[in-house]
Design a protein around this ligand. Structure first.
Ligand SMILES: Cc1cc2nc3c(=O)[nH]c(=O)nc-3n(C[C@H](O)[C@H](O)[C@H](O)COP(=O)(O)O)c2cc1C
Ligand code: SF4
Ligand code: SF4
Length: 246
C-alpha cells in the first residue's frame, strides 16, 4: 500500500503513479485505517510533502497513532516531495516508523513545484510545466530504485535532524490561522471548509471563518479556492498564483 498526504496534488500524483507501476494501491492518510496489516512481501510506501524541513503535522500525527503489523519481508520507503530541500523528513519518518516496529528501508525525495507561494512564484504556467517534467524524470529514477529495493537515505539536500529544534518553532508560529485571510471576492461556495484536512474552517453566515488557532498550513484552501480569495501573511501569495498538479 502506498499512503500519501497531498494538498495540491504533487504527492497524490507521485503515490498514484508508483502504486500503479508496482501493482499496489494508493490511499490518502486522511481516509486510511489506523490499523495497518501488511501482507507477506507487501510494499509500504509513504509519500509526503515537506513543510519547514519537516513532516507535515498531519503526517506526523498519522504515524504517531497508526498501528502497523508487518511480516518482516515488507519493503518500506518514504518519498518527500519538496521545492528547495526535503530537510530531515526521511529521518523524521524513520524514527516515527521505528517506534511502530517498521524499519524503514529507504528514503527518497522528488523536487516539484513549491506550493509555499509566500516565497515561490508559480504564476508562470510554462515554468511550472517544466518543473513537473523534471519531477517526472526524478520519479522514474526513484521508481527504478524502489523496484531494486534499494536501502538507505537517498534524499537530496537534507539537513540534520537536530534542526527540528529551530524549524518546530518557526513552523508553529507560521501555522497560526491568523496569518490566513479572506478577500472580498469569496462567493461562499464552502469548498475550503469542506476540504480542510483539520476542520480549521467553518462556514458562518455564508463566509469561511478560521475556528482553530493553528492549522496544518497545507495551503489547500488557498490553492483550490475558485476565486483565489484566501491569502496568507503580507499578501505575496496573491502575486505568486495558485497551483494544483495537472
Ligand atoms: C507550509 C509549507 C511549508 C513548506 N516547506 C517546505 C520546505 O521546508 N522545503 C521544501 O523544499 N518545500 C517546502 N514546501 C513545498 C512543498 O513541500 C511541496 O510543494 C510539495 O510538493 C507539496 O505537495 P502537495 O502538492 O502534495 O501538497 C512547503 C509547502 C508548504 C505549504
Ligand atoms: S473556497 Fe474560496 S470562494 Fe469558496 S468559500 Fe472558500 S474562500 Fe470563499
Ligand atoms: S485552513 Fe487552509 S491551510 Fe490550514 S489546514 Fe485548512 S486547508 Fe490547510
Amino acid at each position: 500500500m502506498i499512503y500519501y498526504f497531498s494538498a495540491t496534488g504533487n504527492c497524490k500524483y507521485v503515490a498514484q503513479t508508483i502504486a500503479s507501476e508496482l501493482g499496489e494501491r494508493a490511499e490518502s492518510i486522511l481516509e486510511a485505517s489506523a490499523d495497518i496489516h501488511l501482507a507477506k512481501d507487501e510494499v509500504f510506501g509513504l509519500v509526503t510533502p515537506t513543510y519547514f524541513w519537516e513532516l507535515p503535522t498531519v503526517v506526523r500525527e498519522f504515524l504517531e497513532k497508526v498501528e502497523i503489523e508487518c511480516t518482516g519481508d515488507n519493503y518500506s520507503f518514504v518519498i518527500a516531495t519538496f521545492g528547495t530541500t526535503p530537510g530531515c523528513t526521511g529521518e523524521d519518518a524513520r524514527r516515527l516508523l521505528k517506534a511502530k516496529g517498521l524499519l524503514l528501508d529507504a528514503a527518497y525525495s522528488i523536487r516539484m513545484p513549491d506550493n509555499w507561494t509566500v516565497w515561490f512564484d508559480l504564476s508562470d504556467p510554462e515554468k511550472v510545466a517544466k518543473q513537473n517534467q523534471k519531477a517526472d524524470e526524478t520519479l522514474k529514477k526513484v521508481l527504478g530504485k524502489i523496484r531494486k529495493k534499494e536501502q538507505g537515505n537517498h534524499q537530496a539536500l537534507r539537513v540534520p535532524y537536530l534542526m527540528r529544534t529551530f524549524t518546530d518553532k518557526a513552523f508553529s508560529s507560521a501555522r497560526m490561522t491568523s496569518n490566513l485571510y479572506l478577500e472580498d471576492s469569496c462567493i461562499g461556495c464552502g469548498l475550503c471548509a469542506k476540504n480542510c484536512p483539520v476542520a480549521a474552517i467553518e462556514m458562518q453566515d455564508g463566509k469561511p471563518v478560521w475556528v482553530k488557532e493553528q492549522c496544518a498550513l497545507c495551503f489547500g484552501c488557498l490553492h483550490h479556492c475558485p476565486k483565489f480569495a484566501i491569502q496568507y501573511g503580507n499578501g505575496a501569495t496573491k502575486k505568486h498564483g495558485q497551483y494544483t498538479h495537472p
